[in-house]
Design a protein around this ligand. Structure first.
Ligand SMILES: C[S@@+](CC[C@H](N)C(=O)[O-])C[C@H]1O[C@@H](n2cnc3c(N)ncnc32)[C@H](O)[C@@H]1O
Length: 162
């Protein structure tokens, strides 16, 4: 066991062991489906979950992205586990990028739908909202931002602290 294999102490059943992919004195990285790991963690034992999950992008990345209309249901499966494993005063921080609806210069509101459902259905509380500003991002979608020039470049992710 690596010095920083803290996950082992958090598991419901020690036989369901996840080997660290990489370990240092102050932490380990695990290369697994995170939902699988989450389901094996005990209730009320985690102080902070910080995640930048796949966004609901129209143009999918290699690792796969849910479309905006399926995103919230997909993410709620993770969120239920987050709720279960977090201690009472624990924090969940989610970084989410925006997306356009397919073929239209109209923004998806999936990040806001997710926030509302997590607060109303899973009883998360919004501690504070932040905006991650990254002006170096490429202008996209090219059709709306560069060619027709009817939208400005999107440089902001929402960061929900729950
Ligand atoms: C939006 S990216 C975040 C990238 C990161 N924030 C960065 O800037 O490098 C989402 C990441 O989640 C990973 N991922 C997707 N589904 C996953 C899952 N079920 N379990 C663990 N990782 C997952 C993807 O492989 C990808 O690296």
């Amino acid at each position: 066991m690596g010095k920083a294999d803290f996950l082992r102490e958090l598991l419901i059943d020690n036989n369901n062991y996840f080997a660290p992919y990489y370990s240092k004195n102050f932490g380990s990285a695990y290369l697994n489906d995170s939902l699988d790991i989450l389901k094996n963690i005990r209730d009320d034992c985690v102080n902070l979950i910080l995640t930048s999950p796949p966004f609901a992008l129209t143009r999918k990345k290699e690792y796969g992205n849910k479309s905006a209309d399926e995103y919230v249901e997909w993410f709620l499966e993770f969120a239920k586990e987050f709720r279960r494993i977090l201690v009472e005063d624990g924090s969940l921080v989610i970084d989410l990028g925006g997306a356009y609806l397919p073929g239209r210069p109209v923004r998806s509101i999936y990040q806001f739908e997710l926030l509302v459902r997590m607060c109303k259905e899973l009883k998360f509380n919004l501690a504070q909202e932040f905006y991650h500003y990254n002006p170096a991002r490429l202008p996209a979608p090219a059709e709306w931002v560069n060619v027709k020039r009817i939208r400005v470049k999107d440089s902001v992710n929402v960061v929900w602290w729950l």
